[in-house]
Design a protein around this ligand. Structure first.
Ligand code: ATP
Ligand code: ZN
Length: 508
């Protein structure tokens, strides 16, 4: 094609897979149905002469035990079979040791991108920053970006010397260096930073809207995002479209000439954007968030049922079966509901927090224990409890550790960790401990109902995440009294339930 005749580009996108390679109990979403849909959209677009890209805004990892216990192997291999061209590295890609992420890159036949993650020692890129895709005479740069919050919320045990630079500072120079080398027609940022309407990012790191507003016009053409896990749809005034529901029309956000798109989460939708590119000008011809077998409140599919791709079902089913086998069966019993909602565990002391901490104390024979509330990721229903239920509470494979304190050092430590406010992941859940917290200072500290003696020694249980400095807790790992173990938090809770069931929640 001569360069002055128009090109057409279809960008398909998803984000925040979080272990959802399989459909849910209601038959919603799942990679096999997604494949049928994507294959159809791709062939329709190609018939119309479009270049087609398939991108992910990251966070493939963590959320479904069947996936988590297989390190998201089915998810990454499934994405490869779906034909993803690239993805952004999300914060949850750091929930496992870095060697696992390397393995995931090997399972994927597409690049995992991030241009703002560097090795501190030599300032080199830790991951591939971008990829250049040439299809049908169109040259497209895809650049990855990862939220700087990763440094705060991911597991510091694994982050090593990785540092997360400000995307707004990095992106212009990356684009400049790309343009110095390649004659690109389109520049796409595939990000895992969150979309916050009107740049109201609150306590989070700045997201896609801030990025689009900060960079010079025409630096990039679009942002394919993730992390905030929302369908990014706006009304005519550009405000959040509160009327959006599955199957309805969706107008993506546009800031400073940059389109910002995000397809909620879990593969619930495939986002589809069609662009016309003519004389360097890009116009959005259409946009859709296409539901993948989502159901309404009456249990009816909101659009025509998408038959899952049989080959992909056959490929994924052994992973699903393996996971189910590992997870089924009761390991204990609780006589009532244990609330693990974030509106509870990040705000006040909870019975589920107590149960978890008692289990961890027992695992290392501690006098008291604590964890950050944000580490509790699910509730437990009354009745029989399976290992799967436990892994939903504890998806991170953290290990239990013990810290042997001198009373006076413990007092200083508690003065720090008691400060984390409600409504933050860091908010402390504790057991075997009590204190008053007035005017930013603790007083009346007791351990096991006895006043803290500054000369006595105390043994504390804590998970490896908080012990390594996760959520801003002081790093304990190089202190003399620190003792790591290999027992995971999930194993400790399972052992405790097996030993002490039935658990009477009222007596916790
Ligand atoms: P995303 O939006 O990317 O899915 P998220 O849901 O983890 O991220 P938040 O809901 O803000 O983001 O939760 C962050 C909190 O989760 C942290 O403050 C911390 O309490 C907890 N957390 C994250 N990673 C771990 C981990 N590896 N171990 C224990 N707790 C963790
Ligand atoms: Zn995320």
């Amino acid at each position: 094609t001569p360069s002055n005749s128009p090109h057409y580009l279809t960008v398909l996108h998803t984000n925040d897979n979080h272990g959802r390679f399989w459909h849910n109990e209601k038959g919603e979403y799942g990679m096999a149905a997604r494949k049928t849909l994507i294959d159809r959209l791709r062939s329709e677009a190609q018939q119309q002469g479009h270049v087609v890209l398939l991108l992910s805004g990251g966070d493939i990892n963590t959320g479904i035990p069947e996936s988590d216990l297989q390190f998201a192997e089915p998810d990454f291999k499934g994405m490869s079979l779906l034909g993803y061209d690239a993805m952004a590295i999300g914060n949850h890609e750091f929930d496992n040791p870095l060697a696992v992420l390397d393995k995931q890159q090997a399972w994927a036949n597409f690049p995992l991108l991030s241009a703002n993650i560097f090795h501190e020692k030599d300032n080199s890129h830790a991951y591939q920053p971008y990829t250049i895709i040439n299809k049908q005479g169109l040259s497209i740069a895809v650049i990855g970006l990862t939220t700087t919050d990763t440094a705060k919320i991911a597991n510091p045990e694994y982050l090593g010397d990785l540092v997360f630079a400000e995307p707004t500072k990095i992106l212009p120079s990356v684009v400049e260096s790309i343009k110095a080398t390649y004659a690109v027609d389109v520049v796409i940022a595939v990000t895992h930073m969150g979309h916050y309407h009107d740049a109201n990012f609150g306590i989070n790191a700045p997201g896609d809207v801030t990025l689009a507003r900060t960079i010079a016009p025409n630096t990039i053409d679009m942002i394919i995002g993730g992390h905030s896990q929302e369908p990014v749809c706006v009304d005519e005034q550009g405000n959040e479209d509160t009327q959006f529901s599955p199957g309805k029309a969706c107008k993506p956000d546009q800031q400073n000439g940059v389109w910002i798109m995000q397809a909620h989460e879990w593969g619930k939708y495939v986002g589809k954007a069609e662009f016309k590119i003519e004389n360097g000008k890009k116009s959005l011809l259409s946009y859709e968030l296409i539901p993948v077998n989502l159901k309404d409140q009456n249990g009816e599919y909101v659009n025509e049922y998408i038959q899952p791709d049989q080959k992909l079902v056959d490929f994924l089913a052994p992973y699903q079966t393996y996971g189910e086998q590992k997870l089924k069966g009761s390991v204990g019993y609780v006589d009532s509901y244990l609330d693990g909602k974030r509106s509870t565990v990040r705000f006040k002391q909870s019975k589920l927090g107590t149960l978890i901490i008692k289990a961890q104390m027992e695992a290392v024979n501690a006098d008291f224990g604590l964890i950050s509330g944000g580490g509790i990721r699910h509730s437990i229903e009354a009745g029989d409890v399976s290992y799967k239920d436990i892994l939903k509470v504890h998806p991170f494979k953290n290990r239990i550790t013990a810290m042997n304190w001198k009373g006076s050092d413990l007092y200083d430590y508690l003065n720090t960790v008691a400060r984390f406010p409600p409504d933050s992941g860091a908010y402390m859940q504790y057991y075997g401990l009590s204190f008053d917290f007035i005017d930013g200072k603790i007083s009346n500290v007791t351990i096991n109902n006895k006043p803290l003696d500054k000369n006595a020694s105390y043994r504390m249980s804590i998970n490896s995440y908080n012990a390594a400095g996760g959520d801003g807790y002081p790093n304990l790992t190089s202190l003399v009294g620190f003792e790591p173990t290999n027992a995971t938090d999930a194993q400790a809770l399972k052992d405790y339930l097996q030993k002490h069931s039935p658990i009477k929640v009222g007596l916790l």
